[in-house]
Design a protein around this ligand. Sequence first.
Ligand code: NAD
Ligand code: 0WE
Length: 262
Amino acid sequence: MGFLNGKRVLIVGLASNRSIASGVATAMHEQGAELAFSYQNDKLKPRVEKMASELGSSLTFPCDLADDDSISKLFESLSKHWDGIDAIVHSAAFAPGGQLDGNYVDAVTREGFGIAHDISSYSFVALAKAGRSMLQNRNGAMLTMTYLGAERALPNYNVMGLAKASLEANIRYMANGLGPENIRVNGISAGPIRTLAASGVKSFRTMLKFYEDATPMRRNITIEDVGNTAAFLCSDLAAGITGEIVHVDNGFHMVGMPENLA
Ligand code: NAD
Ligand code: 0WE
C-alpha cells in the first residue's frame, strides 16, 4: 500500500538505470503505481522492456518526441490497455552536439536553438495535447524535469538554459490551461546527476564537486531523491500544488556564497 495506489503513470524518458526517469519509476512503483513507459528508439527498446518488467510493467511503447504522429500513436497504443492516465512524467531533453560546449554566443545556431526548444520544451505540451482526454476528470498530473540553467547562466549549459526557461514558462501556461480539467502541472529542478545526458559534459566532474562543497547538505542529489519528490507531486497529497517548480538540489539554488569559501 502506498500513496499512489491504483494510479496509472506514463513515464517518458527512460534510457538507463541511471536515468532520472528510473528513479521516478522506482519511487512510484514503491508507492503502488502501475507504470507504462515510452522509449525513444529501437536501440533503447530491450533495455526499457527489461527495466519495465522489473517494475511489474509490460507496457512499453516507442515514442520519438520530435514527431507528432509518434506521440499520437503512443496514446493510441496505451488506450488499448488503459482507459485513462493519472500522471504523465516527461523526463527528456536534447540539444545537438556542439551546442553545450564553450562560449554560448559562439556555440548557438538557429538550428540548435530550434531543436533544443522543440525536444526539451514543446514536447511537454505536445504530450499534454495528445494525452489530454486520457488525463481528464481523475485528478490528473503532469511533471517535467528542469535545471537551474533556466534561471542562471552556467558554463556550457548554453542554449539548454533557454530551452529550460521556456519549459518552465510552459509549466505555468499548461497549469493555467489544464487546471479547469483538474489536471495539475509541475516541474522538478534537479541538481546535477551523472546520467547519459550528463556524460560527455566536460565540466561535469568539477560541477559535482562544486555542488557537494556548496550545498547546505554537503552532498549531491540522487535519482532516488528526485523520484520521491516526483511521486509526491503526482499524488493526491500534492492536490493543491500546480504551476510550481520544486528545487530538489540540496538547497544549492538559494545559497549566495558557499560556506566552504568563508
Ligand atoms: P537520460 O539521458 O537518462 O534521459 C534523457 C532522455 O531523453 C532519454 O531517455 C532520451 O531517450 C530522451 N530523449 C531525448 N530526445 C528524445 C526524443 N527525440 N524523443 C524521445 N525521447 C528523447 O538523462 P537524465 O539526466 O535522466 O535526463 C532527464 C531529464 O532530466 C532531462 O529533461 C534533463 O534535462 C533533466 N535534468 C537532468 C539533470 C542531470 O544533471 N542529469 C539535472 C536536472 C534536470
Ligand atoms: O539537461 C541536462 C542535459 C541535457 C542534454 C544533454 C546532452 C548531452 C548529449 C541535452 N542535450 C544533449 N545532447 C547531447 O548530444 N542536464 C541538466 C545535465 C547537464 O548537462 C550539462 C550540464 C548539466 C548539469 C551541460 C553543460 C553544463 C552542465
